[in-house]
Design a protein around this ligand. Sequence first.
Ligand code: ATR
Length: 275
Amino acid sequence: MTQHSPDQYRVFGNPIEHSRSPDIHHIFANKSQQSINYQKQLVEIDGFSNAIAKFIHQGGKGANITVPFKEQALTLADELTERATLAGAVNTLTFKNGKIFGDNTDGEGLVQDLITNQVILNESRVLLLGAGGAARGVLLPLLAQNPRSIVIANRTVSKADKICQHFADNRISASSYIDLAKQDFDLIINATSASLSGDLPPIPTSIISQNVVCYDMVYGKDETPFLKWAKEHGAMKVVDGLGMLVGQAAVSFEVWRGVTPEVQPVIDKLRASLK
Ligand code: ATR
């Protein structure tokens, strides 16, 4: 009887030490009786394409790509999904039939987590804070949920303008932070990296009310500065990005394995390990 070795997957990034992806994918695999081996690999800044080529040569089936290689991963792919093309970044590569397929599951992970948290997206007025890769990556899946509008606010407004031009969808517009004071929103999503340095995006407090849900793509042991601030100013509900992390992994797993894993037990497990 021949014994098949597990299919090989990896996450590539720099830094990579704190990545939870191997744990998440191994739990998905155990629960769905899939045989995989998933490892993390630190890649030198100029060594990304070589590292991928080597992994393909070794028989790798797929890879997740994280900071700072998501844009480079886009250029390596032979074929891209629309959501990856519009995001301008790839977080999921699949190696099949001698080709490299690029996808971006971040936005779908966010949308699924919003739905899990009973956040209504249909006809809602969404404010997206930030105009970097994280913001751009989630726009197409958000638009697919039929929001009434998405305003992108950024310190550097020209970057938000550029995203609007790129998407060419009349539901999306750009704004400075200061001009937000005159507007009403149902959902505010923080896609800036401000939380990582303990800062807050400079949003007017008047836009927070009992009808607003606030979401931060960042998560941690403690509540993020943005969510703490939103709560203090009376937001209806605050949600951090742990569910998005698990959600994007679940969509990658589905792309690779054709199986939809259950996310909630993994979110609960990771949440407990943060304490
Ligand atoms: P990522 O890939 O995480 O999106 P990025 O492309 O470097 O990273 O983008 C970082 C985003 O966070 C940008 O929108 C940035 O605003 P600017 O484009 O004006 O620089 C935003 N950002 C970072 N620190 C911030 C802070 N302290 N306050 C407000 N916005 C901040």
